[in-house]
Design a protein around this ligand. Sequence first.
Ligand code: GLU
Length: 298
Amino acid sequence: MMPVVPPAYRGRFAPSPSGPLHFGSLIAAVGSYLQAKSQQGQWLVRMEDIDSPRMQAGAADGILRTLERYQLLWDGDVWVQSHRLERYQQVLDLLKQQQLTYACNCNRSRIQSLPHGYDGFCRDKQLTEGSLAWRLKAPATATVFTDQLVGAVHIPVALAAEDYILKRRDGLFAYQLVVVVDDLDQGITEVVRGADLIDLTTRQQALFQLLGAAPPDYLHLPLAVTEPGFKLSKQNHAPAVEFWPVSETLTAVLRFLGHPPPPELTGANAKELLAWASTEWQIRQIPTQNEQKAADFL
Ligand code: GLU
């Protein structure tokens, strides 16, 4: 019998170019990079610019220049979601043909009034007229998955089992669909990202299975917050790391991720710090709490 050779590691960083990189997104970039490079794997970068009204002109370029400045050099070409609309439609059509979707014309105020997520109101209506969203008939989804860092994660049933949107009424594809199609098409073997997305993982795994593919592994890094419950984000104007001093900032990121560089690397450049961290990187050193205060590391 032929030995089974595991696929080579392929990770990714998938920023949304709705603004410049901040300390929180740099943590996701560095964590996913080191997880890939410590296993001699590939690290891909993908621009998640699908929600076009929220995108900021020039942000995608700014993010790439910032990654370069921190020596986070990606493998292959950068994928851009807005260039892949035909592929997303093709996958949606496939799901439609398999009767795994339905059209929905519920308005925003009705949806917002529902206490436990979408209630399947349009499931049996066979709607064909007007502006319609497309929802997935959520399969009997598992409510627990194994995260590579924290182990068993329990997801609220209402969230795991919701018939969530694949394509919005305004015609935009939803993150939920495109993230899975891209992770599948790019052959990603492990998703490393911030813990803010942890609750969406079982949905994504279920969609992989509906598409006939095994899902990748998932590892969620602690989230950088200003105060408990308040993550650093573009929405709350987290400062851009674009022009921060590279050595100090990268050292702060490594400390945040449980890998403080030794004193002899004080002031080392990005290349030296990343080379050191790639050899030292161990999942079990990453803190397992969901959040950490950014200010404690800066
Ligand atoms: N584009 C998402 C973000 O910037 C990340 C999505 C993912 O890693 O699955 O928060």
